[in-house]
Design a protein around this ligand. Structure first.
Ligand code: BF8
Ligand code: SF4
Length: 680
């Protein structure tokens, strides 16, 4: 095992256990397989079979491939293809959500319904769909069809872009960056980066910007909106996180992947009295559902189902020997799970026709018979309980609060009908809050698991920067205790004062990676609320992806840049070999769209650069210079006192899935009728 493994004690314990069992993990495989230094930096082109061409050596920037392509073109082409891959993944997920909504509207998807009518109305509103006096399912059908149109419409522009600030929309139009249709933008990038088409790095990167916008304001936004419509817009609730949420005396079912459609049905199945009784008949005390990666975030946000961990925990969960079934759909699923599951009793179950794994059992999920499929999977897991061997569950579980949404933040700051961001904007203007940071994205074995993410969160809150988190970064923060109310004690004085006054924590879990679209709409509202300029590029805000791993992360970083945000990634730059491509994506993009994408592998430098960017925006807005000595502790607010008391009870009572904040009147979101594992 190398020295850079994890800061998570549960992971360290499991890695030692793996070593003892003689089992490989991504961590140990990374020691044996170093990244290819040519591909890592974007200096390898394998687009045609005259190559692959590798532009290396001191004079690499003067060299060309066989066809004459130079380093900027090769690096930009590869980067643009990564963006297209990420956009395709998020958007195809969005398409599936739209298909499900369509089936629901037509009465063809038993088990699902429109759960959040308020959200349906607001989505119909921005899509320009009439709602007055119409049946819910008729509106839902139009919303689903409009969403599906976004993928292949021959004319027009992606409707979600209308939610950007007027200034941003005008800028995109002027630069010809407004995405037209999701599939079209992906296809066009694949075409332009085919051998012998777009050979101008600047132009290639510009097409990557437009393509990425088809994700943030298109596919990802559709995913978030329709998930909210079908499963409820999140509002805060408590849960627990880390491998310790697995239970040694219950049937453990772990969902892993991204889409909420099947996992939400498994939530229902795990609460089905008949199935719980069946589990008991097999000697288990109950059914325990937990999650990995973003499907975990989806059901954490809405039902309080506890995450067992983030991306690098997927193998570790199986290694506990306690998982009866790991149920996967799409994205971020390691092929290594196949052979690994075979060394334990764990049934690895693939469910998407798009994603099969050698060694797995395939039970295809179909939204037209979702409850039956979920029950079938659950029964298989229960039947497997008897096959359990030795169990090693590390005893680490942290309390956390999750479930924040744009809608809920509006509500906390003024009510659903007078929703506003005034208190937040005023606090930023006054300097109580120095700025905003989004800390998002993956785990990556090339850096110490969770270290960069947690370093950023810890330092930001201490320096009065309010933080929003999504994806595996949210899980990392939660595992380290930064999503518990105790975090208030780690806050700078100004931030603490504001959080106590508004009644929200300083690190807000906004959901899965597609829910980064929530950050776009939150930033847009902050920008248009008044006092902080009039577009995202005016805001004292940064977006960070310290431990990025996949193409989706690249797509996200790019659409934030195209939306005007300064974005910093860690690990290493996929265009590092080309100083020209690097320049184009930093100073070039900043001049063009106000945002940019930098890669800074060192955590201290990443933090320093973030604060520098935030302070520079404050100065440009002529805001007061940030001065932490101005503000003092206001003492505990009743909100947090109540939450603290509540969590103190956590050891004694079941807290998972309980709403922890007051809900608005007429608030249509629910978090299920009973707690996980609780008797029905
Ligand atoms: O979609 S953060 S490792 S799970 S890609 Fe994958 Fe990265 Fe995790 Fe969420 Ni997002
Ligand atoms: Fe080499 Fe050009 Fe072919 Fe790329 S497209 S592999 S640079 S010849």
């Amino acid at each position: 095992m190398g020295d850079a493994t994890s800061i998570d004690p549960a992971a360290l314990e499991m890695l030692q256990h793996a070593e003892g069992c003689g089992i490989d993990t991504a961590f140990s495989r990374a020691d044996k397989m170093k990244p290819c230094p040519i591909g890592e930096t974007g200096a390898c082109c394998r687009i045609c079979s005259m190559g692959p061409c590798r532009l290396v050596g001191k004079d690499a920037e003067e060299k060309t491939g066989i066809c004459g392509a130079d380093l900027p073109t090769i690096a930009a082409r590869h980067f643009a293809r990564q963006v297209a891959g990420g956009v395709a993944a998020h958007s195809d997920h969005g398409r599936d959500m739209a298909m499900t909504l369509r089936a629901v509207a037509k009465g063809e998807a038993p088990g699902y319904k429109v759960k959040d009518e308020q959200k349906l109305m607001s989505v119909a509103g921005y899509m320009g769909i009439a709602t007055k006096g119409r049946e819910v399912n008729d509106i839902a059908l139009d919303v689903a069809d409009k969403a599906l149109e976004q993928f292949g419409q021959p004319h027009g522009e992606i409707v979600g872009t209308r939610r950007a600030t007027p200034k941003r929309q005008a800028l995109w139009k002027k630069l010809n960056l407004t995405p037209r249709a999701i599939d079209r933008e992906v296809t066009e990038v694949m075409h332009r980066t085919h051998e012998g088409v777009d050979l101008d790095a600047e132009n290639i990167l510009k097409s990557a910007l437009r393509c990425s916008l088809a994700d943030g304001w298109g596919g990802a936004m559709i995913s978030t909106d329709i998930s909210d419509i079908l499963f409820g817009t999140p509002s805060p609730l408590s849960s627990e996180v880390n491998l310790g949420v697995l239970k040694d005396d219950q049937v453990n079912v772990v969902v892993h992947g991204h889409e909420p459609t099947l996992s939400a049905m498994l939530v229902e199945a795990s609460r089905d009295p008949e199935l719980i009784e069946y589990a008991r008949s097999k000697g288990a005390k109950g059914i325990n559902l937990a999650g990995i990666c973003c499907t975990s975030n989806e059901i954490l946000m809405r039902y309080g189902i506890p995450p067992a961990g983030n991306f690098l925990h997927q193998e570790l969960a199986v290694l506990t020997g306690s998982v009866e079934a790991m149920v996967v759909d799409v994205q971020c699923i390691m092929q290594a799970l196949g052979p690994l599951a075979q060394r334990f009793h764990t049934k690895l179950i693939t469910t998407s026709p798009k994603a099969k794994i050698p060694g797995a059992t395939h039970i295809e999920f179909d939204e037209h018979r979702a409850p039956e499929t979920a029950a079938e999977i659950m029964r298989l897991a229960i039947d497997n309980y008897a096959n359990r061997g030795a169990v090693h569950i590390p005893n680490y579980h942290e309390p956390l609060i999750a479930g924040f949404s744009h809608e809920y933040l509006n509500y906390m700051q003024g009510g659903f009908h007078r929703g506003s961001f005034r208190p937040l904007n005023d606090a930023i203007i006054a300097g109580r809050i120095r700025g905003l940071a989004g800390v998002v994205g993956c785990n990556n074995v090339r850096v110490t698991q969770d270290e960069g993410i947690v370093e950023m969160i810890k330092n930001f809150v201490a320096k009065d920067v309010m933080v929003v988190v999504t994806g595996c970064a949210a899980t990392a923060g939660a595992k380290a205790g930064y999503l518990s109310p105790e975090i208030l004690d780690a806050c700078g004085p100004g931030l603490r004062e504001v959080m106590e006054a508004i009644g929200i924590p300083p690190v807000l879990h906004l959901g899965s990676c597609v829910d980064n679209s929530r950050i776009l709409t939150v930033l847009t509202q902050v920008a248009t609320e008044g006092g902080l300029g009039d577009d995202i590029d005016d805001l004292p805000a940064v977006g960070l992806c310290p431990e990025w791993m996949c193409e989706k992360a690249i797509a996200i970083g790019t659409y934030f840049a195209a939306s005007g945000a300064h974005v910093i990634f860690g690990v290493s730059s996929p265009v590092k070999a080309s100083s020209v491509a690097t320049e184009l994506m930093t100073t070039g993009w900043e001049a063009m769209v106000g945002g940019d994408l930098e890669f800074i592998p060192d955590w201290d430098e990443m933090l320093a650069r973030s604060l520098e960017l935030i302070d520079a925006k404050r100065a440009a807005l002529k805001l007061k210079e940030y001065d932490p000595s101005q503000f003092g502790d206001s003492g505990d607010s009743p909100y947090f006192a109540a939450i603290r008391e509540y969590l103190d009870e956590a050891g004694k009572a079941e807290t998972v899935g309980s709403a922890v904040y007051p809900l608005a009147e007429g608030h249509s979101h629910d978090h299920g009728h009973s707690h996980v594992g609780e008797d029905a």
